[in-house]
Design a protein around this ligand. Structure first.
Ligand SMILES: O=C(O)C1=C[C@@H](OP(=O)(O)O)[C@@H](O)[C@H](O)C1
Ligand SMILES: C=C(OP(=O)(O)O)C(=O)O
Length: 422
C-alpha cells in the first residue's frame, strides 16, 4: 500500500478550490434517473468513486441483468440498491467490500420484506451480501422503521415509494438521525414532481410518476470541511470554494455556522464562498453531530490542532461507517497525546497532554480504508510540520483530487511505496 508525505511550505493560505459535486446528491440523482420513465440530465455529477461505481452498476451491469452487483465500499449505493433491486425484475446478488459486509442492513431488509420483498442473507444474518428477487411489492403500503441507526435506509425506501402500487406510509420510530439527508431525498424527489406529506413522524408518498427535469448537483459541503480546517489551523488564510451556496440541500453546510466559533468567517458570494481566518479563539466547547456525522472527524482534528478541549455528542452512527470512526480517531489522535474518552453519549476531547505545536513531529497516520480519516488529518500538518498518511487513494471515495488541491495552495505532497509494517 502507498503512503503520502505531506509538508507545509507556508502558513499563509490563499487560493481557489473547485470541490467535486456532492456524492449524496449525485447518488440520489442516479437512483431517481433509473426510476424515471423519461430521460433527464444530471449536471455536475460527482467524480467520487462511489458515484462512478453506482453509475456504472445502474447503466451497465443492472441494465444488462448481470447477477452479481458489487458496490465496493459505497454505503449509499448498497442501501439505495437494496430497495431499487427489490422492485427491479431479476435475480440479484448485492455485495461489497469486506467492510461493507460488516455494515448492518437488517432494518432496511425487514422494512422491505414487510412490503413484500424477497431478500435473503447469503452470509451473516443482518448484513450483506443479499440475494434479492425483484418483484412488485404489494403486501402492504404502511410500515415502520427505526430512524436512529441510518437515514440511508429511509432515503432508500422513500425513493422507491412513488413506484409502489399503493405508495408508502412510512412511520419513523426512535430519534431520527441524520435528518437533513432525509430532507435532501424528499427535496430532490420534489424537483422531479414527487409530492409527499410529513406529519410528526409519518411520511406519506402516493403512487405517482417521476417527472423528468434536469438536476444540478451542488459542490460537496462535506468536502469543504477540510478547507475550513486548513483555514482554522493556518496563521492567515483566504480561500475561495467555487459554487457553494447559502441555501443548500446538504446538512453539512452547517459547517459554515460551526466554524464561526473556530474563528473562520464565511462570505457568500455570487459564485461560491470565501473563507477567511478572523481569530485564534475558540468559543464553543460542546458540539452535536447527530445531523452532520460526516464532519465529526474534521472537527475532532481541528480541536486537537488548536489544543482546544471539547465535548462531542451524536457520534453513534460513526461506528458503522467506513470504519469505526470513533476508534480510528482515538488511535490516531492518541499518537499526538490527544485523548477521546466516552461518558455515556458524550465524548470528551482532551488536549492537555498533546504534543501538537510543541515540537515538530513526524507521525504516520493510518486511515482504515476511510477517506475522511485521510482528509481530516491532512490539515494538521500546519501544526506538526510534516506527516505521512497511509493510502492516499482512499480519498477517491468522495474527493479524488484532494491531494492535487492541497498542492495548489502550497503543500508538498509526495507519494511513496510504504515500506513500514504499519
Ligand atoms: O444519505 C446519504 O447520502 C448519507 C447519509 C449519512 O449516513 P447515515 O444516515 O447512515 O448517518 C452520511 O453519513 C453518509 O455519508 C451519506
Ligand atoms: C459514511 C459515508 O459514506 P457511505 O455511508 O455512503 O459509505 C461517508 O462518505 O462519510
Amino acid at each position: 500500500m502507498n503512503s503520502i508525505l505531506v509538508k507545509k511550505t507556508t502558513d499563509v493560505l490563499k487560493g481557489e478550490i473547485i470541490l467535486p459535486g456532492s456524492k449524496s446528491e449525485s447518488n440520489r440523482a442516479l437512483i431517481m434517473q433509473a426510476l424515471c420513465k423519461q430521460p433527464f440530465e444530471i449536471q455536475n455529477l460527482s467524480i467520487a468513486d462511489d458515484t462512478v461505481t453506482l453509475e456504472h452498476l445502474l447503466k451497465t451491469e443492472i441494465a444488462s441483468q448481470q447477477t452479481e452487483i458489487n458496490v465496493g465500499p459505497a454505503g449509499t449505493a448498497m442501501r439505495f440498491l437494496t430497495a431499487l433491486l427489490s422492485v427491479t425484475p431479476g435475480e440479484w446478488l448485492l455485495t461489497g467490500t469486506h467492510r461493507m459486509l460488516e455494515r448492518p442492513i437488517k432494518l432496511l431488509v425487514d422494512a422491505l420484506r414487510n412490503l413484500g420483498a424477497d431478500i435473503e442473507y447469503t452470509g451473516n444474518e443482518g448484513f450483506p451480501p443479499l440475494k434479492i428477487k425483484g418483484k412488485d411489492l404489494n403486501l402492504t403500503n404502511e410500515i415502520s422503521i427505526d430512524g436512529s441507526v441510518s437515514s440511508q435506509y429511509i432515503s432508500a425506501l422513500l425513493m422507491i415509494a412513488p413506484t409502489l402500487p399503493n405508495g408508502l406510509v412510512l412511520n419513523l420510530t426512535g430519534v431520527v438521525a441524520s435528518r437533513p439527508y432525509i430532507e435532501m431525498t424528499l427535496a430532490m424527489m420534489a424537483e422531479l414532481g414527487i409530492e409527499h406529506s410529513w406529519t410528526n413522524n409519518t411520511i406519506g408518498i402516493k403512487n405517482q410518476p417521476y417527472q423528468a427535469n434536469d438536476l444540478f448537483i451542488e459542490p460537496d459541503w462535506s468536502g469543504s470541511s477540510y478547507w475550513y480546517s486548513l483555514v482554522a489551523l493556518s496563521k492567515e488564510a483566504n480561500i475561495k470554494l467555487t459554487g457553494l451556496k447559502d441555501h443548500s440541500l446538504q446538512g453539512d453546510s452547517v459547517i459554515s455556522k460551526i466554524m464561526e466559533d473556530f474563528g473562520v468567517k464565511t462570505d457568500f458570494l455570487k459564485d461560491g464562498i470565501n473563507l477567511t481566518k478572523t481569530s485564534d479563539k475558540v468559543t464553543v466547547d460542546f458540539i452535536d453531530f447527530e445531523h452532520c456525522p460526516d464532519i465529526a472527524q474534521t472537527l475532532a482534528v481541528i480541536c486537537a490542532g488548536l489544543g482546544h478541549n471539547c465535548t462531542f455528542t451524536g457520534l453513534e452512527s460513526l461506528k458503522i461507517k467506513e470504519t469505526d470512526r470513533v476508534a480510528a480517531l482515538q488511535n490516531e489522535l492518541g499518537k499526538y497525546g490527544v485523548t477521546i474518552t466516552q461518558e455515556g453519549l458524550n465524548y470528551h476531547i482532551d488536549c492537555s497532554k498533546s504534543s501538537i505545536n510543541k515540537a515538530a513531529t513526524d507521525t504516520f497516520i493510518n486511515t482504515y480504508h476511510d477517506h475522511r480519516m485521510a482528509m481530516a488529518f491532512a490539515p494538521l500538518v500546519l501544526k506538526v510540520n510534516s506527516m505521512e498518511i497511509e493510502d492516499p487513494k482512499v480519498t477517491g471515495k468522495s474527493y479524488p483530487h484532494f491531494w492535487e488541491d492541497l498542492e495548489k495552495i502550497g503543500f508538498e505532497c509526495t507519494q511513496s511505496e510504504l515500506n513500514t509494517t504499519n
